[in-house]
Structures are given as structure tokens and as C-alpha cells.
Design a protein around this ligand. Sequence first.
Ligand SMILES: [Zn+2]
Length: 280
Amino acid sequence: MQGNRNKTFKEMNPSLLDPNGMVAKPRFPKPEIQQIDRRTWLTWVATGAFAIWTELAFGFGRRGWGIALGNVDLAMGLAEAQTQDPVKVLRVITEFVNSYVLVRGKEIAIVDTGLPNSGAKFGEVIKTAGLGWDAVGHVILTHYHPDHVGSIGEVLSVAPKATVYAGAEDIPQIKSPRTIKPVADGDEVFGLRIIATPGHTPGHISVFDPVGLLLVVGDAMTNINNKLSGSNPQYTTNMAQANESIKKLAALKFEKAVFGHGEPIEQGASAAVAKLASTL
Ligand SMILES: [Zn+2]
């Protein structure tokens, strides 16, 4: 999927065009709908014009469907405008815990802030992306445990533009110099979808990039020594709820998963999570 990031919409969908770059004859009877990429569907109508339905999920703070009627160039231009780059994920390791720097273009969202006194480590990783602290627009905290929020003060002190977010139930437990904005299941931050995954803590959240098919798990699961496991019972508020959250994550389709504790799963991550969920 990542290989598509620099391709145009037309290059990604050659079957829609004939060798001259013109629109091919519809190969399917009207008004059948064909999925032409992850979130864009195209349907031909009788007049030779067609409608394009595209999920307006990103950047507008709401989910819905938009419809445009017109010629192929209009529709393809629209589809291209709606296609957002996936985030690039960089890991920040502070001893036994991972935090993440998610980069899209010249903007950054940080997920978790690691152990205390880790601000400089974040700075180094941001630098490897060719950016500085002023690129950090968002800091998302998966949950209140001290190994995930330890450097929130340090990070916010050098990221003046950043808004900080966490699940509402966890916010009272987090000491932050800036007011934390509560987020709920289905909310969107930086084009990323918040998935409520309570159980590990009451307000635990995971973060999903539906374009890059990436899941930032937090502590809803661990992958220590590449062994995918449920929420660590030793630190879990409600185990039954934590297991339900894993089943919920198993219903999503994603390729890559990154964890608060353990190694990333680079490929086939949702299949692995579904397998784990079937044992719970
Ligand atoms: Zn935790």
C-alpha cells in the first residue's frame, strides 16, 4: 500500500483507462459499484457521466459521503485530492517503553511521551525526519500510566503549537501543563482515527491510520520478544474489558502494528490480532 504514495490516481487505477488515456467503456453493468481504491468507489451512470462517492473522513472532522457528478477529469481530480498520504512512523525508545513520532508531510503527531526526562530523545527522532519541534501539532496519550506520559511536560514545553489529547476517563490521572482535550471512539486527530480500547485503563485509546493501514496499539496488547499477547494482567484495570477491546481491534484491517512494549509487526498484523482474539 505504501508503494502507492507517489502514484497518481490514474496510475493506481490503469484498468479504468484505455491505451490512449481515455476512459474505457464501462466493463460492468450500471449501476454496479466497483471499489477502485481503499475508500473511493466509482459507479457509472447511463449518460456516460458518472458519480464518484468518496469518504470525506479526513481533515473535515466528520465522516460522511460526498457525491460529485461530472466527467472523468473532474472525478479523478477529486479522488486524488481525497487521497491522503499515510503517516510515516518513527519509534522513540525509552528503556522498556516505545513512543511514536508520526510524520505526514511537514507535520507531526506524537503518540505517548515515554519515561520522564526523554524530551531530547524525541528531539533527535524529529530531527531525523528533517523537522523541528514547531512541526509537532498533536500529542496523543494512549493512557495515563507513567511510562507513557512521563515526558509530557518536557514535550509540551518545546512544542508550543501542540494540542494534547487523551481518553476522557484517563485525563484526571495525567499531570499536564496544558489542558488535555478528551477524545472518544471514532474521533479524528491529524487524519488518524481514535479507537477506544478500554480495559488496560478505563480511558485507554489506540490510534489507527486507515490510509497507511497502521495501528498504534498502546498497551492494549504487547509484542515483547515478538510474542503477541493481550494486555499485561499485572497492570490492567479490567481484564474482561481489555479482551473485548482486542476483539474490537481484530475487526479492523491493518498491515502494521506498533506497541508500547515490544517489537512492531510489519506485515499481516490484523491477521495476527484476529488469531489472538480468537483465543480470548
Ligand atoms: Zn500501561
